[in-house]
Design a protein around this ligand. Structure first.
Ligand SMILES: [Zn+2]
Length: 70
């Protein structure tokens, strides 16, 4: 399987909210902040590092959201 992002690019990226480390996820393709659990989608090979566009990773992968607060 082809690499979604070059590793050196991944090292440069950080969560725009907390400046924390982000981890690559492949399904769906995106970056997840290890601190605040925000998921930044990768569109056409480009990570969308915008807080307004980010979603909670637990919501992205769906399923059992236990304590969902509006
Ligand atoms: Zn963060």
């Amino acid at each position: 399987m082809a690499q979604i992002l070059p590793p050196d690019l991944l090292e440069l990226l950080a969560c725009p909210k907390c400046k924390g480390e982000v981890r690559l996820r492949e399904d769906p393709p995106g970056l997840v902040c290890v601190r605040c659990d925000l998921f930044y989608e990768i569109r056409d090979g480009i990570p969308v590092m915008l807080i307004e566009e980010a979603r909670r990773y637990s919501e992205v992968v769906g399923g059992e959201s236990s304590g969902h607060t509006p």
